[in-house]
Design a protein around this ligand. Structure first.
Ligand SMILES: [Fe+2]
Length: 386
């Protein structure tokens, strides 16, 4: 037997972590956790002098074990073990780190569209994943399109679990629903609701969710669910429009109630379609959400979908304003200059059509963003202070 996917880390908290993996046959689920991290110690000596904390979960193909009772912002190393019919498999040891308290600095990386470019041998994926690994971020937040076609089971290995394997074993990954997580292009968006089964299977968070990490609050939305496809003629032509009752959608209601309840120092909202961008793939219908971000003091909205980089000036009421919200379109593993309009939209502060990822370092009083291309060249920065 062998481990098909993972192990990978979900829902990092101050005192717990969820560890998942997938085996080729139904088997037991056990995680051994060792306190302390001894990077310089030869592998043969790793756990010999320490007693493991042992956690177990339900048997199956997909294994999900919550390890709890841990110390805050503490490094641990772990291994996963599965057994079936006298056979067994054990993973290499890897490290994880629990989440910090509100006073502690941390960093995260934003990435998106590793699947959206729909090229299984896209060379930018390998180079960007390696650059992210070298950053040692505390976690990764995706902004969607993790796979090319979320309904297609092999896609999850081709675009995600394969190329991200070395990162996922020691870096928690927060997903986000894009248009590729559900359907292929043959299925109208209105049918997408039925096709999230792989996404919902692999990730320990729902499609709309939020979390606190240190002094920051993140709200992650399933924005495609706010749209529907309308047949414009008797042919198969569909246009995608905001649902007339979008204010009753789970995503919208969750956004409002969640932001209302948060007193975090920094507030970020993450969803796939970009309301403001100089790209031709903007989704201006989602500007209806802007008054909510403005009302509840959201610092930055992170979007994707257009496979370029685009950082706006602060925007309020559709115009640049000192106390506005910044919209940053991140990620994208493609070099797509023609996905920008010929001229910028008057809101963009920096655009770049190169494969990229974004690193953010946070303290309670400072936000430092750096955007890098696929060769590790820094091409944009943003610093905010409170
Ligand atoms: Fe997309």
């Amino acid at each position: 037997m062998f481990i098909e996917k993972g192990p990978y880390l979900q829902k990092p908290a101050k005192n717990s972590m969820i560890i998942r993996w997938v085996t080729d046959v139904e088997s037991t689920s056990e995680v051994r956790v060792y306190e302390g991290y001894h990077a310089q110690v030869p592998a043969s000596k790793f756990p010999a002098y320490e007693e493991a904390l042992v956690f177990s979960g339900e048997p199956g193909l997909l294994h999900s074990v919550e390890v709890s009772g841990l110390k805050t912002f503490q490094e641990y190393y772990y291994e996963v073990i599965s057994e079936a019919d006298g056979d067994s498999v054990i993973s290499d040891k890897a490290l994880f780190k629990t989440a910090p308290d509100e006073e502690t600095a941390f960093s995260f990386v934003l990435t998106a569209e590793n699947g959206g470019i729909c090229n299984p041998s896209n060379p930018y994926v390998g180079s960007i994943v390696e650059l992210i690994r070298r950053e040692r971020p505390d976690f990764i937040q995706s902004v969607g399109d993790i796979v090319s076609n979320g309904m297609n089971a092999p896609d999850w290995d081709i675009y995600f679990f394969g190329p991200f394997r070395g990162l996922l074993r020691n870096t928690p990954f927060y997903p986000c629903v894009g248009n590729h997580e559900a359907a292929d292009t043959a299925v109208p968006d209105c049918e997408m609701e039925k096709h999230y089964h792989n996404y919902e299977n692999y990730f320990a968070v729902p499609r709309n969710y939020s979390y606190d990490y240190g002094c920051a609050h993140f709200v992650v939305l399933d924005c495609p669910s706010m749209f529907e496809a309308v047949n414009t003629s008797d042919s198969d032509n569909y246009i995608t429009v905001l649902k007339p009752d979008f204010e009753n959608s789970e995503a919208y209601r969750f956004l409002v109630s969640d932001l209302e309840a948060s007193n975090a120092k920094w507030k970020f909202v993450v969803f796939h379609y970009p309301p403001y961008t100089s790209s031709i793939f903007d989704v201006p219908q989602l500007q209806v959400l802007a008054p909510i971000f403005e009302k509840y003091g959201v610092d930055v909205v992170f979007n994707s979908h257009a496979i370029v980089y685009d950082r706006s000036h602060p925007v309020k009421g559709g115009k640049v304003a000192k106390d506005g919200v910044r919209y940053i379109l991140v990620g994208g593993y493609g070099d797509l200059d023609d996905w920008f309009r010929e001229k910028q939209n008057g809101l963009s502060a920096k655009i770049c059509a190169r494969p990229n990822y974004v690193h953010v370092a946070i303290t309670p009083w400072r936000f430092e963003l750096q955007a890098f291309d696929y060769e590790g060249k820094l091409f944009d920065t943003l610093t905010l202070e409170k």
